[in-house]
Design a protein around this ligand. Structure first.
Ligand code: ADP
Ligand code: ASP
Ligand code: MG
Length: 422
């Protein structure tokens, strides 16, 4: 007998029938003799609908109340799922994040799990019952307030529970059959990966492949939790996210996949004095706004003028505060103009094999050229190349790169079983 943690995403519990279908799967796992802990997301697009509702009631920032509001979505699905499991004759109890011992720290809306005290869950398992935990939430012990983990945070809840309970596997059930070489909604010919290393999955997730939240992959790598990403709509084997154990051969293609991201914007600061300290002053202002920046490009100074331009990318939601902070320090930084642009997209190619093969960048840029796509920014790591393009060209860019690297599957189209892709 083993201990299995299962996470069901919003599209897997979108309505009453879906909840009953998921309950059946949980009961089947329990009947096979496994201990089962489940974490669940809010039904369908509930989280987005709650955000829309809060905007309709008040356009202002209310971080504490917002977190309480959003955690309600997961409470609805967890309790309904517990009822459905019990109706099938298997004991089950649902728990909020705080009841389950999930302890968080940090800012509202993007708290981190710092510890899990799973006593209550262990008791439930010892009683032969299934424990169902609300995803995406925990209790901040300093403030005694409930907090959320950021969008997609139920993935992290699942891995944190699996680590704390020393589970044999963490199964992430979603609306596609696993991790693909690109988002199947954009590239129907994407191929399912049988396995992927933590390192590559982390870069895929951080580059926008929202099938897993980046922090969940970080957490899994740190605690060595094997993740099995699979569909709750099919019985197919999905994708294993783990490192190869000794003697085991993992698939080792040069490229793991192509990821894309539409959630960033670009800020360009024009006419900054090209002297030591300018970049520090600019990014100190940005840091004071709490924004996390991604790419940075500084154009070569025209010696004639002695000034330069710096562009950087950051989450769209962080633009108002970041630009206000830069504008407040305009005199100190000494720039002339600030331009924001939220019509950008980012395409990234990820693969650990890049470290040891040449010509990858050339092929990547040639693919974009052949598709008529202009590159606005470039950044690289040893296993990733990313470029910023116009948002409306992003889908074409993803498909062009995917094809150029021979990633298209010959086994028919990838299935997207549900979800709105929102
Ligand atoms: P859930 O509600 O189950 O958490 P998400 O919508 O957060 O589901 O994540 C699943 C979605 O991730 C898929 O429907 C797919 O559109 C998207 N996705 C993006 N990149 C990939 C990828 N490389 N492989 C699989 N899915 C991907
Ligand atoms: N319901 C939350 C969201 O939509 C958390 C999650 O689904 O993982 O982001
Ligand atoms: Mg998700």
């Amino acid at each position: 007998m083993s201990l299995v943690v299962q996470k069901y995403g919003g599209s897997s519990v979108a309505d009453a029938d879906a909840i009953k279908r998921v309950a059946r799967r949980i009961v089947d796992t329990r009947m096979q003799g496994h201990d089962v802990v489940v974490t669940v997301s809010a039904m369908g697009d509930t989280t987005d609908e709650l955000i829309d509702l809060s905007n309709a009631v008040s356009g202002k920032e209310h971080p504490r109340e917002m977190d309480i509001l959003l955690t309600a979505g997961e409470r609805i699905s967890m309790s309904l799922l517990a009822m459905a499991v019990r109706d099938l004759g298997v004991g089950a109890q649902s728990f909020t994040g705080p009841q389950a011992g999930v302890i968080t720290s940090g800012a509202y809306g993007r708290a981190r799990i710092i510890d899990v005290e799973p006593g209550r869950l262990r008791q439930t398992l010892a009683g032969g019952e299934v424990a169902i935990v609300a995803g995406f939430q925990g209790l901040n012990q300093e403030t005694q307030d409930i907090q959320t983990l950021g969008r997609g945070g139920s993935d992290t809840t699942a891995v944190a529970l699996a680590a704390a309970l020393n589970a044999d596997v963490c199964e992430i059930y979603t609306d596609v059959d696993g991790v693909f070489s690109a988002d199947p909604r954009i590239v129907p010919s994407a191929r399912k990966l049988n396995s992927i290393t933590y390192e590559e999955m982390l870069d895929m997730a951080a580059s926008g492949a929202k099938v897993l939240m980046p922090r969940c992959v970080e957490y899994a790598r740190r605690f060595n939790v094997p993740i099995h990403v699979r569909s709750s709509f099919s019985g197919l084997e999905g994708t294993w996210v783990k490192d190869a154990t000794e003697g085991e051969v993992m698939e080792e293609p040069i490229i793991a996949g192509v990821a894309h991201d539409r959630s960033e914007a670009k800020i360009t600061v024009i006419g900054i004095p090209d002297v030591p300290g300018s970049a520090a002053r600019l990014f100190e202002a940005v840091a004071s706004s709490g924004a996390n920046i991604d790419m940075i490009v500084q154009n070569v100074s025209a010696t004639r003028t002695g000034v330069t331009d710096i562009s950087f990318t950051l989450p769209v939601a962080a633009v108002p505060e970041a630009s206000a902070a830069i504008e407040a320090d305009q005199e100190l930084i000494g720039y002339t103009d600030l331009v924001t642009d939220d019509t950008i997209g980012k395409v990234s190619l990820i693969g650990a094999g890049m470290r040891s093969s040449s010509g990858v960048s050339a092929k990547f840029f040639a693919a974009l050229r052949d598709a008529g796509i202009n590159i606005e920014m470039i950044s690289t790591s040893d296993i990733r190349i990313s470029v910023v393009t116009r948002a409306e060209k992003l889908d074409d860019a993803v498909r062009a790169v995917h094809t150029a690297f021979g990633l298209d599957s010959s086994q028919g189209e990838a299935v997207v079983y549900g979800g709105s892709g929102r």
